[in-house]
Write a protein of this length. Structure first.
Length: 393
């Protein structure tokens, strides 16, 4: 089959090996590379400020330069069709059996046999009711990354909604000697003693991820001698080459200037996927203080697969991932509760050992092989259903 994965605006990096990407882009690339291994002709594309094209693991990667005229002001509002015009340009270059979009829901007029829309985050089914009504008419299949997302969509959609979970490559459990070596390597990278206790956060520096709450809640834990590693920055969800500071990024910088955190918070910048393993292996506890309802949270799953205790907000799909004793859940935006939990987790080795074991066992259920198998079955189901009905081209 010829499959096009179209990802949201500003997300196609100039290269992939050794280059950081957002979680959504990583998932699209994981799916695409495995489809290429099965013999499919696969392209991952999206708009970029500059056009680019290269091969990666048998997949064609394309950055499409948007047309300026596709964005204009008229009738008292802004009309931005740059994303859709770019998608239509690519889909009209040749025939695609499947167009599978990520972070982009408008698929009307897209010429293909099957229109698949992949929902990676908590859908705003109430705030964007018109958009989801349009999606219900235009899509042949909707893929949700978790039962939490699927249940929200099924309440308002008639189009088939299937769950295809994000997944991970299976992680081999380290020997004690390897574990000690990885811990030393991570601490040496930031200039810390071998026995330093490390919490870590990985993700975009955006309000939805709650980093401001974590930084303020961490002050008592820093006073107790712990350290916090921050991987990411405010541009991770946008153009990977952007250097434009955001107001929230400026707020984070101000919070980090606190004298009470001096020498205890360390910025790692954006890390490529291959460097994240050292963070997972060498860190002690992952912290995910999200203030929105997470649709999934790949960082949580990856940390769990590496046997890490996860402290997370009681939000969306995190309830299922981290709940049932596999980690510690804290109410969203409750900085005081988070502060108490961080200190408790740091001091309770038995708790960390127990959650580590349960987390690793649970994470083993999420394999890309199973997810891809479910996706192909869903493609086939939708093709069979679509062949019996007609929808606008």
């Amino acid at each position: 089959m010829r499959i096009l994965h179209w990802v949201g605006p500003g997300t196609i990096p100039p290269r992939l090996d050794g280059y950081p990407t957002s979680g959504v882009v990583r998932v699209a690339l994981e799916i695409a590379s495995r489809q290429a291994q099965k013999g499919d002709d696969v392209t991952v594309a999206g708009i970029r400020s500059d056009a680019t094209s290269y091969q990666w693991k048998g997949v064609e990667i394309r950055g499409v330069k948007p047309l300026r005229w596709a964005k204009a002001h008229a009738l008292g509002r802004e009309w931005d069709f740059r994303q859709h015009v770019a998608l239509l340009r690519v889909t009209r270059e040749r025939h695609w059996d499947i167009v599978h979009t990520h972070m982009y829901h408008y698929v009307r007029f897209v010429p293909t046999d099957l229109r698949v829309v992949h929902i990676h985050s908590n859908p705003d089914v109430n705030g964007d009711a018109q958009g989801f009504q349009r999606l219900d008419k235009d899509a042949d299949l909707i893929v949700a990354v978790s039962p939490f997302v699927a249940n929200r969509l099924r309440d308002v959609m008639k189009t088939p909604v299937v769950v295809v979970s994000n997944a991970i490559d299976q992680v081999l459990e380290l020997s004690e000697a390897q574990r000690v070596e990885r811990r030393k390597a991570l601490r040496a990278q930031v200039g810390l003693a071998d026995d330093a206790f490390l919490f870590f956060f990985a993700g975009a520096f955006v309000p939805e991820k709650g980093l401001d709450i974590l930084i303020q809640a961490f002050e008592p834990t820093a006073a107790a001698g712990a350290h916090l590693l921050l991987a990411g920055d405010e541009t991770l969800w946008g153009n990977a080459t952007s250097r434009v500071a955001t107001p929230y990024g400026a707020q984070i910088k101000r919070l980090l200037n606190s004298d009470r955190l001096a020498g205890h918070v360390h910025l790692l910048g954006k890390l490529p996927p291959e460097d994240m393993a050292l963070l997972y292996d060498g860190g002690d506890v992952a912290v995910i203080p999200s203030t929105w309802d997470e649709g999934f949270c790949l960082v949580a799953l990856e940390a769990m697969a590496h046997g890490k205790t996860v402290v997370a907000s009681r939000s969306g799909a995190l309830n299922d991932l981290v709940g049932n004793g596999r980690g510690i859940l804290v109410d969203k935006a409750d900085g005081e509760a988070l502060s108490r939990v961080l200190l408790h987790v740091m001091r309770d080795g038995a708790l960390r050992a127990r959650t580590s074991r349960l987390a690793r066992e649970y994470a083993r259920q999420f394999s890309w092989e199973d997810s891809l198998d479910g996706l192909y079955k869903s493609y086939q189901m939708a093709m069979t259903r679509q062949s019996r009905t007609k929808r606008p081209v």
